[in-house]
Design a protein around this ligand. Structure first.
Ligand code: AP5
Ligand code: MG
Length: 212
């Protein structure tokens, strides 16, 4: 299974990817998570990208393409992958297309999760992520059982630096300008499916499973 999850910030890409990963036992590749891990490690790459990510802008295409190439080349991705947060620009989509064609790999589906701007702002303000396993919770829609602790691994929950409302609104602008054009790109490729992301988490998951 080879999937791309498209959608604005807060549409539930990470939430659905975590569930799909468990169901199909295939790698979940989130460029956002990989970049945040670099920032945590204070690596050269992390130091270079921290400011950009905190401001909600996109990091340079070449940086992200380097990360993805490495992932696709590893044996782990031979059985399939779920791409979350990549591609995000036409340059990235074209490059992925070439890279997959070169390896004679076909994408199964591009899942386009649709939600409104106001829902995004509300959801992101209530989001809590596990520092340890990356599971995602929400004060309003998916609260953890014990405050501040992950239900799965008891890891500490934290809020991301790009969760402030003004940054979220900027991320939505960036999404509309640079990422939304990918909807037409994949419509032309013929493998895009729209999913109503306003439904509850489990219903969204069921809809995705149905189209797969
Ligand atoms: P990234 O980490 O990819 O963030 P994003 O795309 O902005 O999306 P989010 O992670 O904020 O939201 P999500 O769709 O995963 O939703 P979630 O499941 O958390 O990117 C961050 C930054 O990294 C970028 O700004 C950029 O700087 C850089 N970057 C990353 N990739 C890049 C690339 N390819 N090129 C260049 N730069 C790149 O859900 C949100 C909340 O809602 C949660 O609390 C969840 O519990 C809740 N929720 C989810 N689904 C539902 C539902 N159906 N009903 C109710 N609540 C729900
Ligand atoms: Mg995410």
């Amino acid at each position: 299974m080879r999937l791309i999850l498209l959608g604005p910030p807060g549409s539930g890409k990470g939430t659905q990817a975590n569930m799909l990963k468990e169901k199909y036992d295939i790698p979940h590749i989130s460029t956002g998570d990989i970049l945040r891990a670099e920032i945590k490690k204070k690596s050269k790459l992390g130091l270079k990208t921290k400011k950009i990510m905190d401001s909600g802008k996109l990091v340079n295409d070449n940086i992200v393409l380097g990360i993805i190439d490495k992932c696709i080349e590893t044996g782990e991705c031979k059985i399939g992958f779920i791409l979350d947060g990549f591609p995000r620009t036409i340059v990235q989509a074209e490059s992925l297309k070439q890279s997959l064609e070169k390896r004679k790999i076909k994408l199964n589906k591009v899942i386009n999760i649709i939600v409104s701007d106001e829902e995004v702002v509300k959801r992101i303000s209530g989001r809590w992520t596990c520092k340890n396993c990356g599971d995602i919770f929400n004060t309003y829609t998916k609260p953890e059982q014990e405050k501040g602790k992950c239900d799965k691994c008891s890891g500490k929950l934290y809020q991301r630096n790009d969760q402030k409302e003004d940054v979220v609104r900027d991320r939505l602008k960036v999404y509309k300008k640079q990422t939304q054009p990918l909807i037409d790109f994949y419509k032309k490729e013929g493998n895009l499916v729209d999913i109503n992301g306003l439904l509850p988490i489990n219903k969204v998951f069921k809809k995705i499973l149905k189209v797969l």
